[in-house]
Design a protein around this ligand. Structure first.
Ligand SMILES: C[S@@+](CC[C@H](N)C(=O)[O-])C[C@H]1O[C@@H](n2cnc3c(N)ncnc32)[C@H](O)[C@@H]1O
Length: 376
């Protein structure tokens, strides 16, 4: 399994793309066509057996799938664990429609709502273990009253980051350099800012900084300059062609030259990394003792952040030199469920190329003494 790298994400979709161009999905089903497609084809969930296994020991209660997408992981969890109820969140209306249909068979055990996951800690405040300042803050900012899991503790949270196959495969959503479409890339289409707004309005310096942060290195400045000169850029094809023309052959890496540029823009349009760290920290703090938080990430910037936040929960923010006994008084509020990230099996990657960049990290909330203020 190759390690995830910036820009690898859309490249790993190419096998699916070629099959769907031929008119068939890899499993032989009809190609994606709006929500009339089979719900199972919306998105093939990644590392689903590992996710199900990791939630095995959780006590009865509520699990939040913070990125419910087509509901693939959620359906597997509900089918495997009758003692769990599930709240699915997604900021994309089409995902909410797909997951609502898919999870309908579970009746009142599953509720899906359109929401951004940074609102999760507020939605579940008060269902966890000993409260830290973050949980108190969340309680103040959001009234209770979820339509699922009334009175149950929060025993799980799943974040399957990035975009779904459905989003990527819809030309009009503008996520892919492989199809001609508007430069949109919004997951939440009620949001105002699109990729075209960024490409056509940001300064050259700001565009260069964005591209540099997401892997374009020495090319970031010249790409930003080319983008500013070519304004207005309105379509995915215009941008992809421009990037292709602007990168000298000797500087090309594996995969499509526009992959990293599209990824950087998508992350900026959806403010993906800004909200992730604080949301994860507050979610782990909001879990009941024994509750588990799992995160699937698909590029190195995301995974670095996830590792840092979960590591902080597992050390309690200890500042003592590694290898020496802790004398700073830090108290961990979670334990890591594996030393490093778990990777998909070679079989899964062969079956589903999208899984190739996946990294799965997980923690379990510790039982903290009453009055513990250690949690963030
Ligand atoms: C990789 S897909 C999830 C697929 C899902 N696990 C399944 O089994 O179908 C990621 C989903 O997260 C959603 N998403 C990304 N960022 C989000 C955020 N900040 N808040 C809510 N949903 C988000 C996207 O709209 C997308 O549908």
């Amino acid at each position: 399994v190759r390690s995830p790298s910036v820009g690898a994400v859309e490249d790993s979709y190419s096998a699916h793309f070629h099959l769907s161009r031929l008119g068939r999905q890899p499993d032989g089903a009809l190609p994606i066509e709006g929500l009339r497609m089979s719900q199972a084809n919306y998105h093939e969930p990644v590392m689903v057996s590992e996710v199900v296994e990791l939630f095995g020991p959780t006590p009865p209660g509520l699990v939040v799938d913070a990125t419910v997408g087509g509901g693939g992981h959620a359906a597997a969890l509900l089918a495997s664990y009758p003692h769990l109820q599930l709240l699915g969140l997604d900021q994309d209306d089409e995902a909410v429609a797909a997951a609502t249909t898919r999870l309908g068979v579970f009746g009142p055990r599953a509720v899906v709502r359109r929401d951004r996951f940074d609102r999760l800690p507020g939605l579940v405040a008060g269902r966890g273990g000993p409260a830290g300042p973050a949980a108190r803050h969340a309680r103040q900012s959001e009234p209770a009253g979820l339509p699922v899991g009334e009175g149950l503790p929060l025993v799980g949270a799943l974040f399957d980051l990035g975009m779904s196959s459905y989003q990527l495969d819809r030309p009009e959503r503008g996520f892919s350099y492989r199809f001609d479409g508007p430069l949109d890339m919004r997951m939440d289409r009620r949001q105002a800012t699109t990729a075209a707004d960024i490409v056509n309005a940001w300064s050259e310096e700001r565009l260069a900084a964005l591209l540099a942060a997401y892997g374009e290195g020495r090319l970031a400045r010249s790409l930003a300059r080319a983008m500013v000169r070519a304004r207005p850029l309105r379509t995915t094809t215009q941008l992809a062609d421009l990037v292709e023309r602007s990168i000298p052959a000797r500087a090309r890496r594996r995969g499509h030259p526009a992959a990293r540029v599209f990824q950087a823009l998508r992350i900026a349009v959806n403010s993906e990394l800004e909200v992730l760290g604080p949301t994860l920290a507050a979610t782990v703090a909001a879990l009941a003792p024994g509750g588990r938080c799992l995160v699937l990430s698909y590029h190195s910037g995301e995974d670095r952040l996830v590792k840092e936040v979960l590591g902080q929960a597992a050390t309690g923010g200890c500042t003592c030199p590694p290898g020496l006994p802790c004398v700073c008084g830090a108290r961990p509020w979670a334990r890591l469920l594996s030393r490093g990230a778990r990777l998909p099996t070679a079989e899964e990657v062969a079956r589903n190329p999208r899984a190739s960049a996946a990294r799965l990290r997980a923690v379990e909330r510790l039982d903290a003494p009453a009055g513990n203020e250690g949690a963030p």
